[in-house]
Design a protein around this ligand. Structure first.
Ligand SMILES: Nc1ncnc2c1ncn2[C@@H]1O[C@H](COP(=O)(O)OP(=O)(O)OP(=O)(O)O)[C@@H](O)[C@H]1O
Length: 233
């Protein structure tokens, strides 16, 4: 089994709205992949299905050959696009919650990440700025010992300085035998860290390629290609 993630013929509908239509792709180990699409293209829905938080209408998903379910959740760490913390918590409570919930939580790594992120355990979650809160959510997700990390818009809504800090943290704390799937539409800021990109348009994959190949073949940045493909969205 060479593939880390296998998604085969996956569809998802909400009422009559088709959010995903026949999505198939695989991801190898040790890769950072950008899941790129405009608003409403299905990125969050796809990530929720892989995380086991929702069921596909049809199709199959597996991680290291394990079908999505209780066992696959041990292999996948998911940072959703809404915070997983409660407003009454301080940063230390948030870490403790995560540690109680996930036996693979690496406390030493979490502490190193907090230091890097300039977060303190006594900081109150409700007083954190959006950028600091994104840093906390990323710390919670990356401090698990997982094989696949999925980050849904980790730099959404934060200023360019905070984006750089978050991307630097990603590169610093990324374990190289794991893979990361990152959804975003802020392509310009983040494309430097991708090995590979998947373009998701209206719930369907329109492109999956190595970033270097694409740049050489098309003579454009990924951001320029993204703007072309999603021009009318
Ligand atoms: N719980 C839901 N109920 C009804 N429709 C939904 C639900 N979740 C998603 N959708 C619809 O499915 C489509 C895909 O949504 P999704 O949130 O996956 O897109 P996205 O690419 O993550 O968008 P964004 O970049 O804006 O976060 C959209 O049309 C959305 O309105």
């Amino acid at each position: 089994m060479d593939e880390l993630l296998e998604v085969q013929g996956v569809t998802k509908k909400f009422g009559s709205k088709q959010a995903l239509g026949n999505v198939s792709f695989t991801l190898g180990a040790g890769r950072i992949t950008g899941l790129l699409g405009s608003n409403g293209s299905g990125k969050s829905t796809l990530m929720k299905l892989i995380a086991g938080l929702a069921q596909p209408g049809s199709g199959r998903i597996s991680v290291l050959g394990v079908p999505i379910g209780v066992e696959s959740r041990k292999l996948v760490s998911f940072m959703p696009d809404v915070p997983v913390t409660e407003s009454w918590m301080n940063v230390g409570d948030a870490l403790k919650f995560q540690r109680d919930f996930y036996p693979d939580f690496d406390q030493a790594k979490a502490q190193r990440m907090l230091d890097f992120m300039n977060l303190r355990v006594q900081d109150k979650v409700r007083t954190l700025s959006k950028g600091m809160n994104e840093r906390l959510q990323l710390t919670l997700a990356l401090s698990r010992r997982a094989r696949l990390y999925m980050l849904d818009e980790p730099i959404g809504g934060v200023d360019p300085v905070a984006r750089t800090k978050i991307l630097n943290a990603l590169m610093e704390f990324y374990e190289e035998d794991s893979s990361i799937l990152i959804s975003t539409h802020l392509v310009n800021d983040i494309e430097r860290i991708f090995d590979e990109v998947i373009f998701l348009k209206n719930g369907e994959i329109v492109l999956q390629r190595e970033v270097e190949e694409l740049r050489l073949e098309r003579g454009k940045s990924i951001d320029e290609l993204f703007r072309e493909v999603f021009a009318e969205c």
